[in-house]
Design a protein around this ligand. Structure first.
Ligand code: FES
Ligand code: FES
Length: 153
């Protein structure tokens, strides 16, 4: 049996049907074909599946799809507007804050959440906020450089 819920995904109001035990990550990738959130560890440790719910980053592998009822979900696919990359995406490009790209969509969504919480985050706040996003390629220095630029007044 599926549950019918109303939600907003990347700015679009949606009436959707979800399985009670389906994760948000499964729903986004398998039903909506939004493949930006990536499955890494599946247990809430790596951050590669990060999306925003009401502006706050969550691990979509640990979130039931049914929990987005009445909420607003933003995925990496919802960031660019009118063909323009989001400033966070632009900063990642400028500072080459990625290598293989596996962690990158989750990292970008976590930085969006950081900037929603702190308009001008300190390096300490950024390190703390991004501590749940792992990058096996070790691009942390470049990610922090991108955040530093975005935090400029
Ligand atoms: S896949 Fe969700 S935190 Fe690793
Ligand atoms: S860019 Fe390869 S895991 Fe982060």
């Amino acid at each position: 049996m599926k549950l019918a819920i109303a939600t907003t995904i990347n700015g679009q109001r949606e009436e959707i049907a979800v399985h009670p035990n389906q994760t948000l990550l499964e729903f986004l990738r398998d039903e909506l074909k939004l493949k930006g959130a990536v499955e890494g560890c599946s247990v809430g440790v790596c951050g590669s599946c990060t999306v925003l719910i009401d502006g706050k980053p969550v691990s979509s592998c640990l979130t039931l799809a049914s929990n987005i009822e009445g909420k607003s979900v933003t995925t990496i696919e919802g960031l660019s507007q009118n063909g323009e990359l989001d400033p966070v995406q632009q900063a990642f490009l400028k500072h080459q804050a990625f290598q293989c790209g596996f962690c990158t969509t989750g990292m970008i969504m976590a930085v969006k959440g950081l900037l929603n919480a702190h308009k001008q985050p300190s390096e300490e706040q950024a390190r703390d906020y991004l501590s749940g996003n792992l990058c096996r390629c070790g691009t942390y220095k470049e990610v922090l450089a991108a955040v530093k630029e975005l935090a400029r007044p």
